[in-house]
Design a protein around this ligand. Structure first.
Ligand code: GDP
Ligand code: MG
Length: 438
């Protein structure tokens, strides 16, 4: 599986404190194999890998404090930019005019389901959508759309025994005008393969409906062939975007990456299940995280972090009991909080975690000032804060680019912390309380 493969690839680099060009080559090679196995188009794999190597071999990675993480970030960012940076919403007219969305795609790709999902979404946004049953080829298609429409409580337009989808569309438009509809969602016919009669029918539908959006509905599980289908639809009809369905399945990366890179059409939504609610806007950063298996990587990092935190906390506990907590220890604490900060960044990449993790309770500017001040002290001073008199304070202030007042404030805060710690170490043996206090 792609996710597992890429996690393996990262094992070459994550957790190493120094990194060589050879390490990067190994990791990149593994990523390449993984993408190919996931049915990503070969041209796309080459382009992606070349772009990544170029950046990863720069000074920034090799010289950075944590090259593994820096490398992961580069691969992730590169993938986001390949997938299309910002997310793309529908481009529709204002609610006073009728907009139209034409849903295109092969049979079984998920057009009818996605039409209903789209209708539900637009309804929740306050629009008044109408589903139009223009698939007259598949016997049960009209009924399927009606059932879904009923479920989500959106009107559906259908004509019994109709044989011409253009005529159905025209009837729907009349009905829409009388019923204050603002968005038409046209479900169309799909075949197992692209053929002339289908393309001709769709061209005629496009001509009469003059759609604002022409969305290709593509099955994420079809990998590379989705790209050929997209190219054919774009040449014959013209596309404004892609809806990628069945993203809840196992094969989830390849098609997205190839589709965007080769067709240049924005991916707008992903289907993540069979129910009308299982529909999400396409978020490049989340999908990149999914493709790269950041979830796996992050959980490893997290576990390592937990172990370290526990050890730190135990030592801290001992120091509190002996009342030997120093400025040096404070500086250590600050630095580990900072590390947690970058961990939070990584958490944001995990699907489902985005937006749930906040760094708000960490005042970054304040932490930075504190770290600067503490770093400007000598080890001796940090071991014994009582020796930091006025002239030392002035020196520390100059060295850290702060003021004497700020240095004094920090020392006062430290005194307070110590007093509180004394009280707390008597009260409780739980080391976490001490950390929470900072
Ligand atoms: P159409 O022929 O293009 O109209 O495709 P349908 O909308 O009828 O969908 C074909 C099948 O795929 C149906 O069984 C749907 O329930 C299923 N399907 C559609 N979208 C998704 C999705 O995002 N996830 C999953 N798991 N199934 C989907
Ligand atoms: Mg259908």
């Amino acid at each position: 599986k792609l996710t597992q493969k890429i996690s393996d690839a990262f094992r070459f680099v994550s957790g190493k404190s120094s990194i060589t060009e050879k390490n990067i080559d190994d990791a990149v090679e593994a990523i390449k194999m993984a993408l190919l196995e996931a049915d990503v188009n070969l041209r796309v794999v080459r382009r992606f890998v070349n772009a990544t190597i170029e950046e990863a071999k720069g000074e920034k990675v090799l010289r950075s404090v944590d090259p593994g993480q820096q490398f992961i970030k580069i691969v992730h960012d590169k993938m986001v930019s390949f997938l299309g940076d910002a997310r793309q919403d529908l481009v529709l007219k204002g609610p006073d005019t009728i907009s139209a969305i034409l849903m295109l795609g092969l049979q079984g790709s998920g057009k009818t389901t996605s039409s209903a999902k789209m209708a539900l979404r637009l309804k929740k946004e306050g629009r008044k959508p109408l589903l139009i049953a223009c698939d007259l080829v598949r016997p049960a298609a009209v009924e399927q759309l009606s059932v879904l429409a009923h479920q989500i409580d959106v009107p559906v337009y259908k004509e019994e025994g109709a044989t011409d989808s253009v005529k159905v569309y025209k009837g729907a438009l009349d009905w829409a005008r009388k019923n204050l509809i603002d968005t038409l969602i046209i479900d169309t016919t799909g075949r197992l393969q692209i053929d002339e009669p289908m393309m001709q029918e769709l061209s005629r539908l496009k001509e009469v409906s003059n759609p604002d959006e022409l969305l290709l509905v593509a099955d994420a599980m079809t990998g590379q062939s989705a790209v050929d289908i997209a190219k054919a639809f774009d040449e014959k009809i013209g596309l404004t975007g892609v809806v990628l369905t069945k993203f809840d399945s196992d094969t989830r990366g390849g098609a997205a990456l190839s589709l965007k890179t080769i067709t240049g059409k924005p991916l707008k939504f992903v289907g993540v299940g069979e129910k009308p609610e299982d529909f999400e806007p396409f978020h490049p950063d989340r999908i990149a995280g999914r493709i790269l298996g950041m979830g796996d990587v992050v959980s490893l990092v997290e576990k390592a972090q937990e172990v370290i935190d526990q050890k730190d906390a135990q030592e801290l506990q001992k120091k509190m009991e002996k009342e030997t907590f120093t400025l040096e220890d404070w500086l250590d604490q600050l630095r580990s909080v900072k590390k947690m900060g970058s961990l939070n960044k990584m958490l944001e990449m995990i699907p489902g975690m985005a937006g749930q993790v906040s760094e708000e309770d960490i005042d970054k500017a304040e932490l930075q000032t504190q770290e600067a001040i503490l770093s400007s002290m000598t080890r001796k001073e940090r071991a014994n804060h009582l020796m930091i008199g006025p002239s030392r304070r002035a020196r520390v202030a100059r060295g850290s680019g702060t003021s004497v007042a700020e240095v004094s404030r920090l020392l006062k805060k430290f005194d307070k912390m110590k007093t509180m710690m004394k009280k707390m170490s008597k009260m409780s043996k739980n080391p976490n309380t001490a950390q929470a206090m900072m």
